[in-house]
Design a protein. Structure first.
Length: 149
């Protein structure tokens, strides 16, 4: 169930970035080592979950032939890592992170784009309250993995 939820969230995010995809590689950025699809798990579990999700995603979206993941560093360095990556021109298509940095920094500093239109198309798949955590200034800036059905 959780993998299906994560897959749905990636699909939502990809719909947002697909028009900007100039290459066939999807770049998933995690500002810290805790920003993965199996946060806090041993490396082999993170790899297995990530590889499985990547394979399913690429099967559904064959135009994406490679998915790269960059999640390292400490939680406290997450904002710096994101800003540095953007300043360096590192490709970032999807950001995996908790609601806290989205609400306190990423949205307010203009580091990410709102996803209102995409969430609207999937409205019935979210549990009550799951989108509100990612709403700042009346716009939706992200979605959770778990609350998708």
């Amino acid at each position: 169930m959780r993998q299906q939820s994560i897959f749905a969230t990636l699909a939502l995010t990809t719909a947002l970035i697909a028009p900007q995809l100039s290459a066939k590689e999807l770049h998933v950025f995690g500002p810290s080592t805790w920003d993965t699809f199996a946060a806090g798990s041993p490396e082999e579990v993170v790899k297995k979950v990530t590889d499985d999700l990547d394979a399913k995603f690429m099967a559904k979206f064959p135009e994406v032939t490679k998915i790269s993941h960059d999640a390292r560093g400490t939680v406290s360095d997450g904002l710096s890592r994101l800003r540095n990556a953007q300043l360096a021109g590192d490709p970032i298509d999807v950001i995996v992170c908790a609601a806290n940095p989205v609400n306190t920094s990423y949205a307010r500093l203009g580091l990410i784009r709102p996803v209102d239109a995409l969430v609207e198309h999937m409205k019935g798949r979210f549990t009550p309250g799951s989108v509100e955590n990612f709403t700042v200034g009346g716009k939706i800036w992200g979605s959770r993995f778990q609350p998708l059905t």
